[in-house]
Design a protein around this ligand. Structure first.
Ligand code: 5AD
Ligand code: SF4
Length: 439
């Protein structure tokens, strides 16, 4: 039996796709190994969203090719495959044997055997309007949270983003198929599911929209926590807010990518909402769910963004007080509208200054918000038996997705524990099993 080692880069969708690839390969009599050195085939599931990624992959391919004494086939999967296509194979120094885009994973067994049988490089980077992998059950590596991709692709064409080009058009799985998967997961012992899509508000299957889907998933007996990511602020469904407020098993947590706080920059990004519309949406969300936890993505230094316009982003951050934020310097992606039409004209030093300013502001906010939870008792789902730093602590998450560290005790992975929060940093809560009236 040939053994395959897969390394994953980038977003949660890529992590999920790797689970699909493992499932497809094991059905075709390949073994999966956690050790690169044992593998006959090494695959890198790649990302193209920001720079560095490409260079990192070229270095990895070089390292794998030259670090081996036995022969190995090397394949590149994911967004770099659809982004660079056969140029990746033509680069002789790299020595990549096959490439497969995000919609071609069912072809992997054929691609590998064709490389072996014909001694020629193979590729399939076709994007599909239909492939949802609804017939493939992912080979899940986590036993506490199950990711479920409910839709794939994106039609939004934000001008900075390469995803619509690398992952193609939107398509959604049927609600029946998703509910079936959720029921199987519950039977396998999962109590938390996270619905995943590049753009979940766009989920639509015949008459079923995203809120309808959330309702039927929430109705499945045994599901204790449902999360979803990512919605788009331009058309966040108001009826979903009502449903979230009504249902105990839908986590009061929303990832709401802001990207920029200035309306002119948002327009240049093709985000189709203004600063005021974003702030109004946040107000509405908090009116319906006062304790909701909000996270976001922000890009600094988008082409033509002035210092004064960046101040609008800082202003939104200070007004909203997000519970978590992922912040990025703009990096030009080939083919995108921004790359074709706008010069990457914000100097690197200025991008750095803006990201540092934002990070400092956010760190203070995180610390204040986390410290406000000291003394509260919260329900924590235990995820890991021990943290990397300590073999005596365990890690879990609250409903609002905050990480909690607590001492090992009479609880295990997958258990829900009432935890008294005793301390906090800007990134984690520290707690102990609820000694005070946990209920
Ligand atoms: N440059 C910087 N950040 C980007 N993102 C997407 N494309 C780019 C880019 N070209 C960020 C966005 C998105 C997150 C997944 O990555 O904030 O929400
Ligand atoms: Fe990219 Fe915008 Fe689609 Fe998100 S919504 S994947 S940022 S194009």
């Amino acid at each position: 039996m040939k053994k395959v080692f897969i390394e994953t880069y980038g977003c949660q969708m890529n992590e999920y796709d790797t689970e699909l690839v493992k499932s497809i390969l094991t059905q075709h009599d390949y073994g999966i190994t956690p050790h690169e050195a044992d593998a006959d085939v090494v695959m890198l599931n790649t990302c193209s969203v920001r720079d560095n990624a490409n260079r990192k992959i070229y270095n990895r391919v070089h390292e794998i090719r030259h670090g081996r004494t036995s022969p190995v086939l090397i394949g590149v999967l994911g967004c770099m495959a659809t982004n660079f296509k056969t140029a990746l194979l033509e680069n002789k120094r790299l020595g990549i044997d096959f490439i497969a885009g995000p919609d071609s994973y069912k072809q992997l067994p054929t691609l590998i055997s064709d490389v072996e049988n014909f001694g020629e490089k193979q590729f399939d980077v076709t994007l599909s309007e239909f492939e949802t992998y609804s017939d493939v059950s992912p080979n899940r590596s986590d036993s506490v949270n199950a990711w479920i991709a409910i839709m794939r692709g994106c039609n939004n064409f934000c001008t900075f983003c390469v995803v619509p080009y690398t992952r193609g058009r939107e398509r959604s799985r049927s609600p029946e198929n998703i509910v079936e998967e959720v029921k199987k997961l519950v039977a396998d012992g999962f109590t938390q599911v996270s619905l995943l899509g590049q753009n979940v508000n766009s989920y639509r299957h015949e008459e079923t929209d995203f809120t309808d889907l959330m309702r039927v998933v929430s109705d499945v007996p045994g599901v204790k926590r449902i999360r979803f990511t990512s919605p788009h602020p331009k058309d966040f469904p108001r009826k979903l807010l009502q449903l979230m407020a009504e249902r105990d098993n839908i986590c009061k947590q929303i990832h709401l990518p802001l990207q920029a706080g200035n309306t002119r920059v948002l327009d240049k990004m093709n985000r189709t909402y203004s600063k005021e519309e974003f702030l109004d949406l946040v107000t509405e969300i908090r009116e319906i769910m006062p304790d909701v936890s909000l996270s976001t993505d922000i890009i600094v230094g988008f082409p033509t963004e002035t210092d004064a316009e960046f101040e609008d982003t800082l202003d939104v951050v200070n007004q909203v007080r997000f519970d978590m934020a992922f912040m990025f310097k703009y990096s030009e992606r080939p083919n995108t509208l921004a790359a074709r039409r706008l010069k990457d004209d914000v100097p690197e030093t200025e991008k750095t200054r803006r990201i540092v300013t934002l990070t400092d502001a956010q760190r203070l906010i995180f610390l204040e918000k986390n410290r406000a939870l000291i003394g509260k008792t919260m329900t924590v789902l235990i995820e890991d038996s021990a943290t990397k730093k300590s073999s005596t602590d365990v890690k879990g998450r609250t409903d609002c997705n905050r990480i909690v560290i607590l001492p090992q005790g009479d609880y295990d992975k997958g258990d829900y524990v009432q935890v008294l929060i005793t301390d906090a940093t800007s990134s984690v809560l520290i707690g102990e099993k609820g000694l005070l009236s946990a209920s």
